[in-house]
Design a binder for this molecule. Structure first.
Ligand code: ATP
Length: 228
């Protein structure tokens, strides 16, 4: 599932900082990698688990490329980035199963109780948070890193957070919203227009996707004739 390093015990007094980055990754693209790199730098992350979802609850109608391809592309996209790890945490199960982020986070928390856990999400997805299962518990369960995305106003993000969750200081230094049990960090150093939709649409129109996805992912998409 992940490399040996991902399961290294947190010995020697260093508390590991680990982020979960979920998505459909259909396909993983340059925007995802830029977000992960910016988060890794700013929060000194030891590991970022890229978690392709098998059946995203919020995109039930969308035709997705098979999990196998999306996972393979995530693995290729992680190549050359120490600390980026493809994860099978939401791989299809033998029986049909919808994965909810709250369960995935709780599982990681249980397996790595000493880690500082972050959840990376784009601004568009964070605005949808109230529709996620058990989102109030999710907000309590780990810190959030919200990546800015062109077209989404970061000041709107506060409105998604129930007022009773705000910490006493209600401190907002522009980059961080303090909650009672966790914190929401705004990652404003990255702004990529790339989306998976654009990659798929360009492929359907027989246009190049060069530069929109990592080189190995481009090779894979072309080689497997995906999104045609
Ligand atoms: P689609 O176009 O198919 O809806 P997407 O490009 O939004 O896909 P996802 O796999 O749904 O990609 O995204 C996974 C996570 O990455 C989500 O939290 C999403 O908000 C975030 N994300 C995707 N693209 C960007 C981007 N360009 N900048 C910041 N965050 C992004």
């Amino acid at each position: 599932m992940t490399s040996h390093a991902a399961h290294k015990p947190s010995g020697g007094g260093h508390r590991r900082s680990v982020a979960l980055f979920g998505g459909t990754f259909d396909p993983v693209h340059a925007g995802h990698i830029a977000v992960a790199q910016a988060a890794q730098r700013r929060f000194h992350l030891d590991a970022i688990h890229f978690i392709p979802s098998s059946r995203p609850p919020h995109k039930p109608q969308q035709e997705l490329a098979p999990f196998m391809h999306r996972y393979a592309m995530v693995a290729l996209g992680c190549a050359g980035h120490p600390g980026f790890l493809p994860s099978l945490a939401e791989a299809p199960a033998a029986t049909p199963h919808v994965f909810y982020s709250i369960d995935t986070v709780r599982r990681f928390r249980r397996d790595h109780p000493d880690d500082h856990l972050y959840f990376i999400v784009g601004a568009d997805q964070f605005l949808e948070l109230p529709t996620w299962r058990n989102y109030e518990a999710l907000l309590d369960s780990c810190d959030f890193i919200i990546a800015s995305r062109p077209g989404f106003r970061l000041d709107a993000l506060r409105l998604v957070i129930p007022p009773e969750k705000l910490g006493r200081s209600a401190g907002q230094d522009g980059q961080k919203i303090v909650l009672r049990k966790s914190a929401v960090h705004l990652l404003t150093t990255v702004s990529s227009h790339v989306s998976s939709t654009e990659v798929r649409e360009r492929r359907a129109r027989k246009q190049t996707i060069h530069g929109l996805v990592p080189a190995l992912v481009e090779e894979y998409i072309v080689g497997q004739a995906l999104y045609r």
